[in-house]
Design a protein around this ligand. Sequence first.
Ligand SMILES: NC(=O)c1ccc[n+]([C@@H]2O[C@H](COP(=O)([O-])OP(=O)(O)OC[C@H]3O[C@@H](n4cnc5c(N)ncnc54)[C@H](OP(=O)(O)O)[C@@H]3O)[C@@H](O)[C@H]2O)c1
Length: 305
Amino acid sequence: MDRRHFLTLGGLAAMAAARAAGTSPGTGPMLLRRIPSSGELLPAIGLGTSGPFEVAKSDSARAPLLEVLQGFFDGGATLIDTSPMYSTAEEVLGDLLTPEQQAKVFMATKVWTPGSGGAAGQKGVEQMQRSMSLLRHQRIELMQVHNLVDLDAHLKTLRRWKEEGRIRYLGVTHYTTSSYPDLMAIIQREKLDFVQFNYSVRTREAEKRLLPLCAHKGVAVIINRAFEDGNLFAQVRGKDLPAWAADFGAKSWAQVFLKFVLANPAVTCVIPATGKLRNLVDNLGAGSGPLPDAKHREKIIAAVG
Ligand SMILES: NC(=O)c1ccc[n+]([C@@H]2O[C@H](COP(=O)([O-])OP(=O)(O)OC[C@H]3O[C@@H](n4cnc5c(N)ncnc54)[C@H](OP(=O)(O)O)[C@@H]3O)[C@@H](O)[C@H]2O)c1
């Protein structure tokens, strides 16, 4: 089966599944949040690629991802987060994204050079050039220093690349609460466009100081692990969705979890990872309609335990 045929089937399947799920990736306005450093608007639901996009070259492994990408853009989303750390994910994206999707995507990848010592700067340049080639995306929207590895060397390059127009925004990422003191010190010290970190209904530490600091300093926030790598679903297994979830338009636990995160106004975009169209459509559904207020957020916390 050729690529064009795959895409056609993927598009049809996306629409069919969306209709079956009662939500359409093509209808309902997606919540947009502003990137403070530029004023550019960004759709609030993005896509993570760690895990689901780390597949081999086979058609059978890639066909569901074509559907996910089709549904993602049909639903008005644009930000895809990836990294050279995620084995084949960058290559898979480069192979699967159509020219139309390449024109729409807000591509967020990373530089990650553990153990490179004094050669970190050069290794970073080579790695970022490779990422651009694999992604077939010559101007990266957001380049992030992954897990703060070799931060100073890479920030220097990223500032130069931004000036030269090779990337549009720069940022840093981490995924643990123990990194927050470092993240906060960096936000205080450096001029960043974006910071990416973990936040979920069960791990709310970021609410205390990190999220308010990002808002105060005008740094856009990407949230990873909103489902705690899927573990949050175990917390609610067998529990019916409470009737009050309808008050803020949530039709599933996934939408409750994502709307909880988006209810914090400092959050710019949340990037749930999935390789399944059905789950993608579910996640996109959290990007429209109302968000939980303070009382509902308390109820969500109590329900998840
Ligand atoms: N240091 C860093 O920079 C860093 C660290 C961690 C993560 N990240 C980024 O953040 C992204 C998200 O984090 P994550 O991948 O750790 O975990 P996550 O988004 O919290 O959870 C992903 C898991 O949730 C499942 N899932 C997704 N949507 C679902 C739905 N609607 N219903 C039920 N299950 C659903 C997925 O399985 P299915 O595939 O079966 O849907 C997958 O197993 C990563 O992919 C990566 O891009 C960055």
